[in-house]
Design a protein around this ligand. Structure first.
Ligand code: ZN
Length: 106
């Protein structure tokens, strides 16, 4: 059974449906990081945010060399990753960017 057929019969079990209609959660991004996390990821697909540890953050950061034209910042501090897919949703846009966290006043 191919993947599309299976999907139409079973849906993506346990996965949030990615709508790509989520605003950047500025307040959440400005909260202190969870213990062990060095940066947050915001999934534009499903609106989920979650922290990454140093190792995972480095891995994602290395991917950016191929995916973005923008400059890579030297530090994770004050930045977040924006993605179009994450472990929690069925998003299929695997573009990753690293962006400065907007201040809450903006
Ligand atoms: Zn997601």
């Amino acid at each position: 059974m191919n993947r599309e057929k299976k999907k139409s019969l079973l849906g993506e079990i346990g996965k949030i449906h990615a709508t790509y209609e989520h605003d950047v959660p500025v307040k959440k991004l400005n909260l202190p990081l969870e213990p062990g996390a060095v940066i947050r990821v915001f999934c534009q697909g499903c609106g989920t945010t979650f922290g990454l540890n140093e190792e995972d953050a480095r891995g994602l950061y290395e991917l950016l060399a191929y995916k973005t034209l923008g400059e890579k910042p030297k530090t994770f501090l004050g930045h977040y990753f924006e993605t179009g897919v994450c472990p929690f949703c069925n998003g299929e846009q695997n573009n990753v960017r690293i962006k400065p966290i907007p201040s809450e006043e903006d």
